[in-house]
Design a protein around this ligand. Structure first.
Ligand SMILES: Nc1ncnc2c1ncn2[C@@H]1O[C@H](COP(=O)(O)OP(=O)(O)OP(=O)(O)O)[C@@H](O)[C@H]1O
Ligand SMILES: [Mg+2]
Length: 246
């Protein structure tokens, strides 16, 4: 007999509900994320900070359904993060991988950006309009026909971002979005993200970017949430971050 786990209650506007979640990469080994309980409301922009290995990327992978919780209950946009709901979860979340090489896989930039929308059946006219807009916003106009694996690091980052933003997901999960970008492209990205109403979680070591964008800060250490604080003022206080290896 299959006993259906109760779906965590999600109030109106609740995007993430995590109740005592643990995540493992390898079943027999220690959990990388432990006892994670938090909620996120629609429209929040969260800075996810923590030392190398704290579990930031792992948390983003879990929220996109790429890693399933081993314990606890996790739901995103009202959908439980479970194997049988992955199709729905993929439509609701956009995950920007820490390493753009993990993201890009189509031969050209344009094909890569269009892969997601085509896969979900967007009509070609709408797609052409959205493609032009996202390429213009990110300064990618000249790169459409370029071969993905011959791009520079920053160009790859922007192409990967375009492929996420064009999907207009309910939840953006951005792993070091500013990395590889030159100062102008980084400033432009901050401008674009700050104009979006989308809920986002930004894992980053770039505290300046976090301060400019985020409405709330989560500090991870050893796979646990150690601090959950409104705003980003916390990031200006070294003495408050030191205990968490930052
Ligand atoms: N594929 C994997 N298999 C097993 N363990 C992994 C895997 N990926 C990451 N880990 C482990 O999980 C822990 C958390 O890693 P994670 O990549 O989430 O950290 P992070 O906070 O994103 O670090 P960084 O700031 O370096 O990006 C680390 O101890 C890491 O070694
Ligand atoms: Mg990481």
């Amino acid at each position: 007999m299959i006993i259906e786990e109760p779906v965590p209650a999600s109030g109106p506007g609740m995007i993430i509900r995590s109740c005592r979640v643990a995540v493992r990469y390898i079943p027999a080994e220690e959990a990388v994320l432990r006892d994670l309980s938090f909620t996120v409301e629609a429209g929040e922009r969260i800075a996810l900070v923590g030392a190398n290995g704290a579990g930031k990327s792992t948390l983003l992978l879990s929220l996109s359904g790429m890693l399933l919780p081993a314990e606890g209950r996790l739901s995103v946009a009202g959908i439980p993060v479970r194997r049988d709901r992955l199709g729905e979860l993929r439509k609701k979340t956009g995950l920007l991988f820490q390493n753009p090489d993990d993201q890009l896989f189509m031969p050209t930039v344009e094909e890569d950006i269009c892969f997601g929308p085509r896969n979900y059946g967007m009509d070609e006219r709408t797609l052409a309009r959205k493609l032009e807009a996202v390429q213009k916003n990110l300064g990618l106009e000249g790169l459409a026909s370029r071969t993905v694996h011959r791009l520079s690091g920053g160009e790859k980052r922007l192409a990967a971002l375009a492929g996420i933003l064009i999907m207009e997901p309910d939840l953006l999960l951005l792993d070091e979005p500013g990395s590889f970008l030159d100062p102008a492209a980084r400033r432009n990205l901050i401008g674009i993200l700050s104009n979006l109403k989308t809920t986002m979680i930004i894992a980053t070591h770039d505290f300046d970017l976090a301060r400019r964008l985020c409405t709330r800060t989560l500090v991870l250490q050893g796979g646990r949430i150690r601090v959950d604080s409104p705003g980003s003022a916390l990031l200006e206080h070294e003495e408050l971050l030191e205990p968490w290896g930052l």
